[in-house]
Design a binder for this molecule. Sequence first.
Ligand SMILES: NC(=O)c1ccc[n+]([C@@H]2O[C@H](COP(=O)([O-])OP(=O)(O)OC[C@H]3O[C@@H](n4cnc5c(N)ncnc54)[C@H](O)[C@@H]3O)[C@@H](O)[C@H]2O)c1
Length: 403
Amino acid sequence: MSERVIEPKSRGFLFLDSHPGGCAALVDEMWHAVPAPDRADDGDRPVALIIGSSAGYGLAATIAGLARAGIRGIGVCFEKAPGRRTGTAGWYRTAATARLARLHGQDMVFLNGDAFSDTMKEQVADLLTERFGGRLDHLVYSVAAPRRTDPDTGRVHASVLKPVGAPHTTKTLVFDESGAPEVKEVTTAPAEGDDVEQTVAVMGGTDWERWITFLADRSLLADGFTTAALSYIGSPLTAAIYRQGTIGAAKSHLEATARTLDERLAKTVGGRAVTSVNAAAVTQSSTAIPGIALYVGLLRGVLGDALVPPIGQLVSLWDQLTGASPLALDDEGRVRLDTWELDPAVQDAVAERWSAATSESVTALADLDWFGDEVRRLYGFSVPGVDYTAPVEADVPWPSHTA
Ligand SMILES: NC(=O)c1ccc[n+]([C@@H]2O[C@H](COP(=O)([O-])OP(=O)(O)OC[C@H]3O[C@@H](n4cnc5c(N)ncnc54)[C@H](O)[C@@H]3O)[C@@H](O)[C@H]2O)c1
């Protein structure tokens, strides 16, 4: 055990180290952003499983689930332990979330491992049986991963971010070595070979459905069980690389899976399966998509504080999953938490700024201070109230399971 000062060293949007204190403070901030539940706490806590619980929308689902819906249950994620470098930010956020859950008397177990594997599914099923009364009320599926090993074939599928049909050139935002913003053009070659099938195999609905089947076969789905998987539609400005690209094919597959699962759950446990279309957010996965950094910076430039962060969106999703407010679905059966992003007036304003954006003008058009902070916050930096000059303990243990 040794304490040290942890500095924000980065290569592009990727940071080499994460700050444990900053990650904990961020989790705290998110928890406090959740409005208290409308109903009184009668001690009957719904049991929930959050897959992808340590980052982005899955972290927001976990914290909003705990603070708003009063859940107990299990979070699954894939994070790296501290070693020569610090642990991943998700490692520290998980430790902090577990501590807050415990403080509020909520039994939340976090499992670190591959959600795509049957071993993880078995571990979760065993825990549900032994510790949570053999019933699961809600499952939120929010995994973003580059690869998935198919448990049936052993084949490793890799997901790619490519347009379909033709190369696509987009403006994109990068920062030079001095931190100055540059608006550049990048061209991405179109999908080839089985790129689309592989991306669908990783980011489509196959694993979500496998989880439901696995848990249903063990009779663990409670009556009225509800499940949501996260999806994205996005702007016409990013459509070629996103919704009409390889990842968009995976999202269409996920949405089709929801319709099949919804029918099945209605018949078997009187349950529901939906996709939740969320809005653009700065996450480790989204910053890897060409053009998204510029788009989100401009979106915030247009909307300012009217941009709804993931935690706010997830409060609304939990209210719908628990029945505190009715499920509001679009014509394709999807919960829509992105309507403010796709509002035509907002999109027109973003498109106008997008055409005008150059390295010189982007600072005036996009909220780059906010964007830079959001990227640093992914690693626990730029969190108010944290003393980054003070040494901190990086060797934080994974939260223990013992009840
Ligand atoms: N970021 C956005 O702008 C945005 C918008 C709408 C919808 N979404 C959707 O939200 C979902 C989550 O995306 P995000 O941006 O929050 O991602 P993220 O990178 O912030 O988080 C991904 C999570 O998945 C976990 N994970 C990755 N591989 C795993 C594995 N093999 N086993 C277990 N856990 C694993 C990580 O530990 C992490 O908790 C995706 O379906 C994404 O399409 C994202």
